[in-house]
Design a protein around this ligand. Structure first.
Ligand SMILES: *[C@@H]1O[C@H](CO)[C@@H](O)[C@H](O)[C@H]1NC(C)=O
Ligand SMILES: *[C@@H]1O[C@H](CO)[C@@H](O)[C@H](O)[C@H]1NC(C)=O
Ligand SMILES: *[C@@H]1O[C@H](CO)[C@@H](O)[C@H](O)[C@H]1NC(C)=O
Length: 627
């Protein structure tokens, strides 16, 4: 509370001998919060020159209208007395609105009016009148000011988007501060910088409402010409209000504004797949612009600018693309605000690899010894690499394959694999079946095969012939009737036949491989070897001879013994010392067959040695079992 010197009225009363006067002060205003107690002092003093103290009489008045501002003529409004008396006898006037709410105290300095539970209607002038008889009268006037701080301001941003193309400032937010007294002020801020109303840029409209409580509620509306930069701006408001002796402020929260601005730039790019695109892929193109809200886009191809492609908002999906889908794609925003034509553009390249074309196709018949050049080509948008395979093995590289002086071994399936190294998932292949025709050709070099075999044994003769068509093999035997085919196999280019023949005497055989294109013949001659040979001192045949001699001798001995026994029968008994039983080993009749396989590198002399060695091993094995 600030005490200011106030105007005071001095009345000079004339006495015969003494001059005295009453002087005093009262604050021009007293400020207090609503509901608090207010104290209004009225200080006075009597200056005496030469006199006894005067008797003092105090009265307190209020102006009848609580709102002097409403009153046109302040002077005409009535004063109402609310108190009268002195320090001995004080009286609160009955039937005033202050009858129960005031107290008046006295002290050396003067008097003090206390008002409890200050109401808004207490904002009015209070008058103090001091009557000091001879010393005169003092009148003071104090304005009581009542304050009620408003509630925190509530800001509400506009929910709809605001376009930067609006010519005039648009409503951005409202701010309400309720229940304050006196009227609070509202200030607007953008990014914590105060917004000053400016024609064409910032308008602020304020409405105040007098509530039934006589408090004021303020509603402020901010109109602002938004620009693109405002899309991230924060708007806030602040309420400022008087309190006793000060100004206070409360800030609102921040609100943003959804700024709508036209698209000035559009980008188009491929979202998927990554890397190179091949036929059959599903391609996604995405269009993005810098406008807000994001516009709908129209997709088209450069070659048909007026044909809109069907797209979902900002993504164009191309299912199972083909090379025909290659080209330049464009997207444009479907945006009313956009004045200039903006578009995004990109090139799509769909790569392809056509099926491989082989020359010759499918299959090719050659005659043994001929040459062939095969080609394998696949049309592609990329550089390709070709590899030839046969039976799982690589036989060539590049799109041509040269086969020179073809042999039966070179016949078969040739596969060419074409790949695009830069796009490995692109590949194709083709195959050609090469047939090599020709007369039969027996495997092995010798014209005649010579063998030796023990009589009674079995011999396998084998004959393998290459050729196409597959040769048929016939056997002709001279000197033996007991032979049979035990194995025969025929594939496209190879025929094999094995015959088993029993050796009884010398045999000569002929293997005749033939087809439409010729025949090849191989002769076999088997020399039958008798059972006993001189070459082996421990041969089973020699051992048998000794046994036969022993048996004959034993039989002779038995005959002699028999006749001796018969002769002695008449004279006495003579026992025979030996049982006379003799085991006779039977010739082992196992027939150990010898296989004679044709080996192309083997020479006929070497072959004969092999056969002899083989037999020797067999003899060794039989020997001990007969001893
Ligand atoms: C409100 O604004 C007016 C005018 O600018 C100013 O005179 C007054 O002091 C302000 N009141 C408050 C509480 O800030
Ligand atoms: C081999 O067989 C073919 C076809 O049957 C025949 O023409 C040819 O005379 C035979 N060759 C011999 C040596 O028997
Ligand atoms: C002869 O060939 C047949 C059939 O392949 C086989 O069963 C037999 O054991 C062979 N004989 C010899 C002595 O190798």
């Amino acid at each position: 509370m600030t005490l200011q010197p106030v105007a005071f009225i001095l009345l000079f009363l004339h006495a015969w001998t003494v001059w005295a006067r009453v002087v005093g002060t009262a604050p021009e205003s007293v400020e207090v919060y609503l509901g608090d107690s207010a104290e209004i002092p009225c200080q006075y003093n009597i200056t005496e020159i030469n006199s006894e103290p005067s008797r003092i009489f105090i009265q307190w008045f209020v102006r009848s209208s609580p709102y002097p501002s409403i009153q046109n003529d302040q002077e005409s409004s009535k004063r109402i007395r609310i108190f009268y008396g002195d320090d001995q006898n004080s009286h609160v006037d009955n039937n005033t609105e202050y009858s129960s709410r005031i107290q008046v105290a006295f002290d050396q300095q003067g008097t003090l009016l206390s008002i409890q539970e200050v109401q808004l209607s207490d904002e009015r002038e209070f008058f103090c009148t001091v009557n000091a008889l001879e010393a005169g009268q003092l009148n003071t006037r104090t304005q009581l000011r009542v304050f009620a701080p408003p509630e925190a301001p509530i800001i509400k941003g506009v929910q709809t988007g605001i376009s930067v193309t609006n010519e005039m400032p648009s409503k951005v937010a409202t701010c309400e501060a309720r229940n304050g007294f006196p009227k609070p002020n509202i200030t607007w801020y953008r990014n914590n910088m105060a917004l000053v109303p400016t024609a064409g840029r910032v308008n602020v409209w304020t409405d105040d409402t007098l509530e039934s409580s006589k408090l004021y509620s303020m509603l402020s509306t901010l109109e602002y010409k938004v620009q693109k930069e405002d899309k991230d701006a924060n708007f806030s408001c602040e309420v400022s209000f008087f309190v006793p002796g000060a100004i206070r402020t409360i800030e609102s929260s921040n609100v943003g504004v959804s700024v709508h601005y036209p698209t000035t730039m559009v980008e188009l790019w491929r979202e998927s797949p990554q890397g190179l695109v091949k036929e059959g892929d599903t391609v996604e193109l995405r269009c993005h612009g810098d406008g807000n809200p994001p516009p709908t886009f129209i997709f088209s191809r450069e070659q048909d600018p007026n044909v809109d492609l069907e797209a979902q908002s900002s993504v164009l999906v191309l299912q199972a693309v083909s090379r025909k889908d290659s080209g330049i794609y464009q997207c444009r925003p479907l945006d009313i605000d956009t004045r200039q034509q903006v578009k995004g553009e990109m090139q799509l390249k769909v790569h392809y690899l056509d099926p491989a074309v082989l020359v010759p196709a499918e299959s090719e018949d050659l005659v043994r010894g001929e040459d062939l050049t095969a080609t394998c080509n696949a049309l592609s948008s990329l550089k390709t690499s070709t590899i030839w395979h046969k039976d799982g093995k690589m036989v060539g590289r590049g799109n041509t394959l040269h086969l020179q002086d073809v042999t039966y071994e070179m016949a078969g399936e040739y596969v060419c694999d074409v790949t695009a190294p830069s796009l490995p998932s692109l590949h194709t292949s083709g195959s050609v079946h090469i047939v090599v025709n020709g007369g039969p050709q027996l495997v092995g070099e010798e014209q005649e095969v010579q063998l030796e075999e023990t009589v009674g044994r079995m011999v396998n003769l084998s004959c393998e012939a290459r050729g196409h068509p597959a040769p048929s093999i016939t056997w002709i035997f001279v000197g033996s009737q007991s032979w049979q085919v035990v194995a025969s196999k025929s594939s496209e280019h190879v025929t094999r036949s094995v015959v088993s023949v029993a050796v009884a005497s010398d045999i000569s055989a002929l293997c005749n491989a033939s087809n439409d294109l010729g025949a090849d013949v191989r002769a076999f001659s088997i020399k039958a070897v008798p059972l006993i040979t001189s070459s082996n001192p421990f041969s089973p045949a020699e051992g048998n001879g000794v046994i036969i001699v022993v048996i004959i001798l034993c039989l002779l001995l038995l005959a002699i013994l028999g006749s001796v026994l018969y002769f002695l029968h008449k004279k006495g008994k003579i026992p025979c010392g030996r049982s006379g039983k003799q085991d006779i080993s039977k010739e082992k009749t196992a027939k150990d067959d010898i296989v004679v396989e044709m080996k192309s590198e083997a020479k006929s002399e070497a072959k004969s040695e092999d056969v002899v060695l083989l037999k020797a091993v067999n003899g060794d094995k039989n020997g001990p079992s007969e001893q």
